[in-house]
Design a protein around this ligand. Structure first.
Ligand SMILES: Nc1ncnc2c1ncn2[C@@H]1O[C@H](COP(=O)(O)OP(=O)(O)O)[C@@H](O)[C@H]1O
Ligand SMILES: [Mg+2]
Length: 210
């Protein structure tokens, strides 16, 4: 792995039932755990390399261990961390981040978010350090360049600002203190629901979306 503090991975999801029924084929070939071959529009092989490639047999825990464990460890030591999930609709972003459900999910399918929250509190609980901790949660959705507060829907156009002490931050975003992981997951579940309802609505009402 490179010395960069940014890690970029790709994850392929398994073909869906519908895709298998339609006899769809995958358009890449596995090379190794860091590279795959993709046929471009001229039918030529192009090799893509990443810090890690998770093929369709990768477990949620594989993704978590490689990507998120170092970020949780750093966070406990005061180093900021971010996980960004990027890809077209249906690629598997929500599955990777949340699994089938935030609150009701078997261990195998549990997503990154729950694993991060559980491990964060576990690290704080078992820390030998005498430091006292405060864990706060904010949740916003950025859509059409507007920032919406998912913990307080009346705040539907928050401003992004920059200050010397805080760097870039979202002014006025609701912050709630969280005492333990189940508290955090309950809150996240409600807010993800708000986000999802919006995207489902959009997906069925806007042209060009699935
Ligand atoms: N790694 C995976 N294993 C099994 N099913 C997956 C996986 N990734 C995605 N899926 C399934 O594929 C579909 C689309 O995934 P989803 O996470 O909703 O995509 P996105 O959030 O990127 O639009 C869902 O039915 C999801 O359960
Ligand atoms: Mg999604």
């Amino acid at each position: 792995m490179s010395n960069s503090n940014v890690t970029v991975c790709v994850r392929f999801r398994p073909l869906s039932h519908k895709e298998r029924k339609a006899n769809d084929k995958v358009c890449f070939k596995k090379l190794d755990s860091e590279s795959f071959v993709f046929k471009d529009e001229r039918d030529e092989d192009v090799i893509f390399s990443f810090d890690k490639v998770f093929y369709d047999d990768a477990e949620q825990s594989d993704v978590y261990n490689f990507l998120a464990v170092p970020i949780v460890a750093d966070a406990v030591n005061g180093i900021n961390g971010t996980i960004i999930s990027y890809g077209q609709t249906g690629a598997g972003k929500t599955y990777s981040m949340e699994g089938p459900s935030i609150l009701h999910c078997n261990e195998l399918k549990t997503g990154l978010v729950q694993r991060v929250v559980n491990d964060l509190f576990e690290c704080l609980r078992t820390s030998a350090d005498i430091t006292t901790w405060t864990v706060k949660l904010s949740m916003v959705e950025i859509y059409l360049e507007k920032v919406r507060d998912l913990l307080d829907l009346s705040k539907d156009n928050l401003q992004i600002k920059e200050s010397k002490s805080q760097g870039i931050f979202i002014y006025g975003a609701t912050e709630i203190s969280i005492m333990n992981s189940s508290d955090a997951l309950e809150r996240l579940s409600v807010s993800f629901g708000r986000n999802c309802q919006q995207s489902c609505w959009r997906n069925t009402n806007e042209p060009g979306q699935q």
